[in-house]
Structure formats: structure tokens, C-alpha cells
Design a protein around this ligand. Sequence first.
Ligand code: NAI
Length: 356
Amino acid sequence: MTRNIAIDSKKNTGVRVCVLGAAGGIGQPLSLTLKMNPHVRELSLYDVSPHVPGVAADLSHIDTPAKVTWHTPETGGLKAALEGCDFVLIPAGIPRKPGMSRDDLFKINAGICAELAAGIAQYSASATVLVISNPVNSTVPVFAEVLKKHGVFNPRKLFGVTTLDSVRADTFIHEIKPDLPWGLIKVIGGHSGDTIVPLLSTVLGKEIDRVPNEKLHAVNHRVQYGGDEIIQAKKGAGSSTLSMAYAAYKFFTTVLNSYLGLTDKNVACTFINTEYDDDALDGVSELKDLVKKLTNRPDMKLKYFAMPCVFGPNGIERVEYECLETLDKTEVDMVNICCETLASNYSKGVDFVNGK
Ligand code: NAI
């Protein structure tokens, strides 16, 4: 993998990171974690909310090197927020209220995402982009289509953040199997209800036969619908924010440390564009062939899917398709159910941008 001298120098100088939606429920705690990272040189906070200067002022008193700047549409806009950024994290948009699915957010959040994607295309086209705004299954395609229209789309550098699903899977499996190692569960597919496919077999191994089926089913269901627990507990005041900020930061550090060449632990699950072949993304052709086989749909054109990916200085280096070779029957059934929903989710995002 070729390294870029400019990236090497960032080990010393640090990176510029922008949070779009920085004054929100996720944006604030996420910005706090980013301020604490020693490799962040500048934290650029952007929001349409009048609260963003206050958030920036508050964070700016923390005794870490990252300089905090703030921007709104009226003061500098996306240009000032995004120019020179290495990473852009996007928790902008409305969250769910009780009774809403992630899909219900689409109408409002797709427009916000399209506008922000156009800004990224114009002002920070080479940045790595982490999309948190829901519904991720549709908003990531919105980003990809807008970036494609501007001729700056790079499938190695656009990610839907699905880490909260892995975090939940790890937490919930430990409630029934406390002695397992942490951090190994892969969660694939999508980021909404039954498109979320936890691969419990990847961490349980042969142990899986000793766990009652109802317990495994309960863990899977709780990972798929765990977000609803938070929405109900918050009684209409928002969805997951603190656990989400933690999850986004966890994913960000994997991508950042790989970018700077600081770690060997560089695998994480994320929702990616899979339209291209191995020339664009190593392992993606194998992924598509395996999904075709598992779903018995040889004509399937899989355009998006969450998978464990290996990260390097230039973004994704390889899709770890091998995890699909050892699925148990429950997991194969779940992949089938996922694929039935996923295509309509991502088509919605593609059609939104292309005016269909
Ligand atoms: P929030 O409503 O507390 O914050 C959203 C922020 O976005 C607000 O400060 C708002 O002013 C800002 N915003 C709205 N339009 C904007 C624009 N055009 N440009 C810049 N900023 C804009 O919502 P919260 O709880 O922070 O959630 C944000 C998003 O993250 C939601 O779509 C939510 O569904 C999603 N989410 C994603 C998760 C994941 O696992 N990927 C988990 C939990 C939530």
C-alpha cells in the first residue's frame, strides 16, 4: 500500500476533523471525545443551531492540544468548516421519537445529507467521511450519489457508522456469557431492524451449541431493536446519544490510527458501497459472490452492505469476506431477510439524489 508523505507528516502535526451537527445529542459528546484525542489538531464544529458557539467555547477550555473552531451557515458556512479536513463525522439531522422507524427519518435527513455531501464534495473532497445520520442504509447512498455527481466519490473513504450494533452485540452477549473475549463480534448487513445481522458464531465458536436457541434469538433481536429501548426510556427526548458517541469515536479511532499508521488493530465493521469490483475494493467481488450463494439469488446486484473491513492509510484496504464462509443456519436465514429489505433501503437514497 502506497503511503503519502503528507499523511506521514500528519503523525506530527495532527489532523483536522469536522463534526457536522456538532450541537446535537450525539454531536456534543462525540466532539468531547474527539477533543481528547492527541492526534486531532483542530476540531471544526458546524451546526445550524445557535448553540454551536457555546459548545465550542465549553470544549475549548479542555486542556488538550486540539484547537476548537465553530461555524454556522451565517458565519463561514460549510466552506470554513470543511476546508482542509482529513475527517468529517456527520451526526446532523433529526433523531427518532417513540413509534418511529429509522426509515421515517428519511424525508428530512436525506435533504440534510445531500446538502452536506455537496459541501464535502466542494470543500474537502479527499476527506474520509463517517455518516451517522439515520437511516444509514439510505443516507450513505445519498452521500455516495452526490459525491459521484461531483466526480469525487471514493468507496474506500465513505462509511456508514454501524459500530453501535457491534457494541450492543458485545454487551448483550456478555450478559449471558461473561467469560468471552470482548470486541470480536462481527455485525454485518445493514443498520436498521432486521437488516442488522450479528454473527454470534464468530465469538461463540463451538460454544454456540451449548447456548439455548431462545437466548441467542433474544440477543439477536435486542441488537436489532436495542435502539427502541433507549427511545422509550428517554420518553420522546431523543434516541441513543451517549452510547452512539462512544461507538462513533471507537470507529473513528480505528480509521484514524490506520490512516496515521499507528496500529495493527485495524479491523472494524462498517456499511460500505459494494458496487465496484476488486480493483476498487479488495475482497468486494468475493463478498458479492458469497451473498449471491447464501441467498440463492445469482442475479443479485449488491450495492451496499456492512462488513468487517481492514483499514489502512488510504481508507479500506480489504473487505473481510471470509466471515461469510462459516455462517450457521440462523445467520444464513438472517442474511436472506436482510437482503430482502436492504435493496429497497439503499435504492431510496440513490433515487432521492437522481430525482426518481
Ligand atoms: P439531535 O437532534 O440531538 O442533533 C442533530 C443536530 O443536527 C442538531 O444540533 C441540529 O441543529 C443539526 N442539524 C440539523 N440540520 C443540519 C444541517 N443542515 N447542517 C448541520 N447540522 C444540522 O439528534 P441526535 O440524537 O444527535 O441524532 C443525530 C442523527 O444520528 C439522527 O439522524 C439519529 O437518528 C442518528 N443516529 C444514528 C445512530 C447510528 O448508529 N448510526 C445511532 C443513534 C442516532
